[in-house]
Design a protein around this ligand. Structure first.
Ligand SMILES: [Zn+2]
Ligand SMILES: [Zn+2]
Length: 208
C-alpha cells in the first residue's frame, strides 16, 4: 500500500480552525494584566495631564506653578512607592518553618491551624489560599488586581496608604480638570444656557 503524504493545512483551513476554536473566557492572569495596565495607564496620563493643565492655568504665575508641581510630584511619588510596596512585599511567608517556630517538634496539625491541600503545609489561623497567587497568605484581605498581589498582613500598610494617596490624587486631578474646563467653557454659561429662554440663547450667538 502506498503511503500518502499528509498535506500541510492551507491558510483557509488554518483560519477556519482558529475561528472554530476561539476562546473568549478571561484567564486568571489576564485579569491581573488588565488591572495593572489600567492602573499605570491612569497614573501616567494623570501625571502628564497635571503638568499640561498647570502650565495652561498658572503658566504666568511661577509661585503657583511651583507649588502645584511639588504637589503633583509628591502625590505621584506617594502612589508609586506604595504600589511598589504592595506589589513587592512577600505576603505569604507560610511554610514549615512557621509551624516549627510556633509549635516546635509537633508533627500533627496544631489546634486552630489547618492543612492547606494546595500548599501541603499546616497554616496558621486566618490564613487563606489565594487561587491567583497560588499560595497561602497570612491575614488575607483580598487579591488586588490593580497591584497583581494579595493584600495581607505584611503589605496592608502600603495598601492603605496607596488607597488614601489615590483618593487625594483623583481629587487633585479633578480640581485641575474642572478649573481648566471652567476657564475654557465657563460652567455658569453652560448652566444658564440650559435654563434661559431660547431667544436669549440665540441672541448670545448672533451677537445682537
Ligand atoms: Zn495554600
Ligand atoms: Zn492573591
Amino acid at each position: 500500500m502506498e503511503l500518502r503524504e499528509r498535506k500541510p493545512p492551507t491558510l483557509t483551513e488554518k483560519l477556519s480552525d482558529h475561528y472554530k476554536n476561539r476562546d473568549f473566557t478571561v484567564k486568571k492572569t489576564q485579569i491581573n494584566t488588565i488591572g495593572v495596565t489600567f492602573f499605570w495607564g491612569m497614573w501616567i496620563s494623570l501625571f502628564i495631564e497635571g503638568h499640561i493643565l498647570t502650565f495652561q492655568l498658572y503658566g504666568d504665575d511661577w509661585i503657583k506653578t511651583s507649588v502645584i508641581f511639588v504637589l503633583i510630584w509628591f502625590s505621584a511619588w506617594q502612589s508609586f512607592i506604595n504600589w511598589m510596596g504592595t506589589y513587592l512585599v512577600d505576603v505569604s511567608k507560610v511554610d514549615d518553618a512557621v509551624k516549627e517556630k510556633h509549635h516546635p517538634g509537633i508533627l500533627e496539625t496544631p489546634a486552630g491551624w489547618y492543612n492547606c491541600p494546595n500548599c501541603q503545609v499546616d497554616v496558621p489561623p486566618r490564613s487563606f489560599h489565594c487561587k491567583y497567587c497560588n499560595k497561602c497568605v497570612l491575614k488575607r484581605d483580598h487579591h488586588c488586581f490593580f497591584t497583581n498581589s494579595c493584600v495581607g498582613f505584611y503589605n496592608e500598610r502600603f495598601f492603605i496608604i496607596l488607597c488614601i494617596s489615590l483618593i487625594w490624587c483623583n481629587a487633585f486631578a479633578s480640581f485641575l480638570q474642572v478649573t481648566y474646563l471652567n476657564q475654557t467653557i465657563p460652567l455658569t454659561f453652560l448652566i444658564s444656557s440650559i435654563t434661559l429662554h431660547q431667544l436669549h440663547f440665540s441672541r448670545c450667538y448672533s451677537g445682537t
